[in-house]
Design a protein. Structure first.
Length: 68
């Protein structure tokens, strides 16, 4: 199963372990869940986002951390 990594570049957070998901869409959905959760509990800087990459370092998506 492919491994995906969730980074928050504006905070200097780099995901070294990653998580396995069956496909890009499922990884994107998880990033959206994480983004919503972080947005609820953190003081966010403007333009913060989760950068989702695959095992090769290719960018899959950028998910903004915007409170609901």
């Amino acid at each position: 199963m492919p491994r995906y990594f969730f980074h928050i570049p504006t905070r200097g957070v780099s995901d070294a372990q990653g998580q396995e998901f069956p496909d890009h869409d499922t990884a994107q959905e998880e990033a959206m869940v994480v983004a919503r959760e972080l947005a609820r509990h953190k003081h966010l800087l403007e333009l913060e986002y989760i950068l989702v990459t695959d095992e090769d370092g290719n960018i899959i998506s950028e998910v903004p951390l915007i409170p609901e």
